[in-house]
Design a protein around this ligand. Structure first.
Ligand SMILES: [Fe+2]
Ligand SMILES: [Fe+2]
Length: 250
């Protein structure tokens, strides 16, 4: 069960995350009032007292989630309706929070990848991109400032999956396979970032957020350059690496 310790922010997370929207709609109705009260969480109690969800008819009547009556009751809840993303601006802010989370998560993943890499050039490339990633977080802080919003992350399932896959590679591969797979994993991350920043900067342009557009373009160009660097490293060195004698015998 998801925690309510985040209070109102957590509520927004549950409701607005597109990848979990089906589950979120059920969760917000099923467990918000009960466990929160039992645990004595003040923030959650405050939230509930202000929220139409606490008076939700489907809870009082024990309506099973997913039923037609549940859906109809949910649709009448003004609090839920207000929080669902509806505009391009909503989409922009949410996706910006996603990539902010992703970049912060990568500052923890990249050192592990660099440490695991056998090729000195790959280690250098990953360390250099770690430095760049930290700078990108500062650029994203400027984007949030430019649009008048607080810089904050929203858990991103996509980057969590990519990082989990990378952790698996570090555990399960070695030698030439490890380096080749680490580059592949790093490029999967770069492609994800290129997709996100490409989308975000076009949304920024459409929304008239020129400063945000320029900052996001700057990051996009860095991600593209990193991807090209990794390709060159793979093609020019890592893919052609001969296995060491110890690895070959194993
Ligand atoms: Fe990045
Ligand atoms: Fe990157």
């Amino acid at each position: 069960m998801a925690s309510l310790q985040g209070g109102p922010t957590r509520l927004r997370t549950l409701i607005t995350s597109p990848s979990r929207i089906g589950r979120s709609r059920r969760q917000e109705l099923v467990f918000f009032p009960g466990p929160a009260r039992r645990n004595g969480q003040v923030a959650a109690r405050t939230l509930i007292s202000k929220c139409a969800i606490s008076r939700f008819p489907c809870r009082a009547q024990g309506t099973p989630d997913g039923s037609a009556r549940f859906s109809a009751a949910r649709a009448r809840c003004p609090q839920v309706t207000r929080l669902i993303m509806k505009t391009l601006n909503d989409a922009f802010e949410h996706t910006l929070q996603d990539i902010y989370y992703a970049e912060n998560a990568l500052t923890k993943a990249l050192p592990k990848m660099a440490k695991a890499a056998g090729s000195a050039h790959l280690q250098e490339a990953l360390k250099a991109h770690l430095t760049e990633t930290k700078e990108q977080i500062k650029l994203l802080d400027q984007v949030f400032k430019a649009i008048g919003k607080k810089a904050e992350g929203e858990k991103c399932d996509a980057i969590e999956g990519l990082i989990k896959e990378t952790d698996g590679i570090i555990e399960e591969a070695e030698g030439a396979a490890l380096d080749a797979m680490l580059i592949g994993a790093a490029q999967a991350v770069e492609h994800y970032e290129i997709a996100r920043y490409g989308t975000l900067r076009e949304w920024a342009r459409q929304l008239g957020e020129d400063e945000a557009h320029d900052l996001l373009t700057q990051i996009l160009d860095q991600e593209k350059a990193t991807n090209a660097k990794l390709t060159a490293l793979a093609v020019g060195e890592v893919n052609a690496a001969k296995p060491s004698k110890a690895t070959a015998k194993a």
